[in-house]
Design a protein around this ligand. Structure first.
Ligand code: ADP
Length: 176
């Protein structure tokens, strides 16, 4: 086991796709395996590091770059970092891939239809009526990753199955 090796597990996907749910399962699993773990959750970062930023492309990119930077500092100190933010723009994700050496991109794929059905936080309802503007997938773009290390299909899998796929990839890549 590679206990000392840090890495960044970068989740990207629509709101409600399953990023937070899978992060928590993985956190438990990684802790069990003796890793140090930090989750950088999009909503939490916006409350703290990125308070005041909005949802323009520029603000989203600043937010994502901040998360990428903190992830880099942690990962180089042996932490398994899990980031759970929508991160809709490909270019900024690729920028972070270049900056962070140990980078594993996970596309948390879920159909928009299923995300709307789940509507975990009640935000799609508000986006569809126009009460919330610039909502990813509804009134703002989402750019799928072209070459992610892992793709999970949360409209077809249980959270445990999705988490298991990611663990398997981390083992293959020699992070665990
Ligand atoms: P996000 O963090 O991407 O906004 P959440 O994790 O908050 O999404 O919500 C995802 C919802 O989808 C949860 O209610 C979860 O139980 C459900 N779900 C169903 N299948 C999966 C799966 N394979 N992975 C993750 N979540 C799933």
């Amino acid at each position: 086991m590679n206990q000392e090796k840090g890495f960044t597990l970068w989740f990207t996907g629509l709101s409600g796709a399953g990023k937070s749910t899978i992060s928590k399962i993985l956190e438990d699993e990684l802790l069990k395996r003796g890793k140090k773990v930090e989750i950088l959750d999009g909503d939490e970062v916006r409350e703290n590091l990125s308070k005041g930023l909005g949802f323009s492309k520029e603000d989203r990119d600043i937010n994502i770059k901040r998360i990428g930077y903190v992830a880099k500092l942690l990962a180089r100190n042996g932490v398994a970092v899990i980031t759970a933010a929508i991160s809709p723009y490909r270019q900024v994700r690729d920028h972070i891939r270049n900056e962070n050496k140990e980078f594993v991109e996970v596309y948390v794929n879920c159909s928009l239809y299923q995300c709307i059905q789940r509507d975990v936080k009640g935000l799609y309802k508000k986006a569809l009526t126009g009460e919330i503007k610039q909502f990813t997938g509804v009134s703002d773009p989402y750019e799928e990753p072209l070459n992610p290390e892992v793709v999970v299909e949360t409209h077809l899998e249980t959270p445990q199955q999705s988490a298991a796929k990611i663990i398997e990839k981390l083992e293959q890549l020699n992070y665990l």
